[in-house]
Write a protein that binds this ligand. Structure first.
Ligand code: CAA
Length: 259
């Protein structure tokens, strides 16, 4: 059976490659279950400091959920499919270490939703983004109505979702859907450099900052500030806080233990 998801290791980075290039890396059920299983196993692997998610081949990151599998679904099955996708993508969003989407081509529908579940989106200048579900008589179902709105605001989210328009990487950068655009040749190098930069920082501080941002954005500001101060205090129980501040005062580079 072909691997729908390939995982490559480069030091502390795990690169997750959606690998159905003939189908533009469309997400079918088997691929989603494989992705779920892999994310779960990487969560427990402390040798993994960051994830990069990308697509196989030249043309697509992920061109969406697999339309051939969805065409004959009934309402209940479609709802369960959406719940599965939402759960897998929430698992990626809550992965305890940084997750970078390296968007190498089409990121449409479920592909755009996958990229949005990642912490940071790096795009090749050839990347294209969109939520074209209205062309199929459906709405985004793997979190797109929620994550796109939070990322780019209600107006731009409605513009993309109601029109089904496909936008290029520069437009995605302009509206805040991607965070950085690089040349196609540089994409993986840039993604790995960024991952390694984050891996070199105090790991607990990075994962707790992720938690503060992800949970805080769901709260009212006052609760968010309270949550932040709890985590800020907790950082002062770590060896890495002692090391980080001592190293600064001693004018040397810190050596973090992740404790
Ligand atoms: N599902 C299943 N198969 C797909 C697919 C998808 N989402 N996207 C592309 N493919 C398949 C095509 O059917 C085609 O297969 P065959 O070679 O067997 O004919 C192959 O990939 C290559 O695609 P094209 O020939 O269409 O390539 P292109 O370069 O002309 O166009 C494209 C590329 C613009 C990405 C076009 O394929 C396309 O529009 N794809 C569909 C995009 C889409 O609508 N995505 C949203 C899906 S719904 C969703 O994701 C819901 C959700 O929120 C969960």
């Amino acid at each position: 059976m072909p691997d729908n998801i390939v995982v490559e290791r480069d030091g502390a980075i795990a690169v997750i490659i959606v690998n159905r290039p003939k189908e533009m890396n469309a997400l079918n059920l088997a691929t989603m279950l494989e992705l779920d299983r892999i994310i779960r196993s990487l969560e427990d692997d402390q040798s993994v400091g960051a994830l990069i998610i990308t697509g196989s081949g030249e043309k697509a990151f992920v061109a969406g959920a697999d339309i051939s599998e969805m065409a004959d679904m009934g309402a209940m099955q479609a709802k369960e499919w959406a719940r599965l996708g939402q759960q897998v993508f929430s698992r990626i969003e809550n992965f305890p270490r940084p997750v970078i989407a390296a968007v190498n081509g089409y990121a449409l529908g479920g592909g755009c939703e996958l990229a949005m579940a990642c912490d940071i989106r790096l795009a090749s200048e050839k990347a294209k983004f969109g939520q074209p579900e209205v062309n199929l008589g459906i709405i985004p179902g793997f979190g797109g109505t929620q994550r796109l709105t939070r990322l780019v605001g209600k107006g731009q989210a409605k513009l993309l979702i109601f029109s089904g328009d496909i936008i290029d990487a520069q437009e995605a950068l302009r509206i805040g859907l991607v965070d950085r655009v690089v040349s196609a040749d540089e994409l993986m190098v840039a993604a790995k450099a960024l991952a390694n930069k984050m891996i070199a920082k105090a790991p607990l501080a990075v994962s707790q900052a992720k938690l503060a941002i992800n949970k805080g954005v769901e709260m009212d500001s006052e609760s968010g500030y309270m949550f932040e101060s709890e985590i800020f205090g907790m950082c002062f129980t770590t060896a890495d806080q002692k090391e980080g501040m001592r190293a600064f005062l001693e004018k040397r580079k810190p050596v973090f233990s992740g404790q």
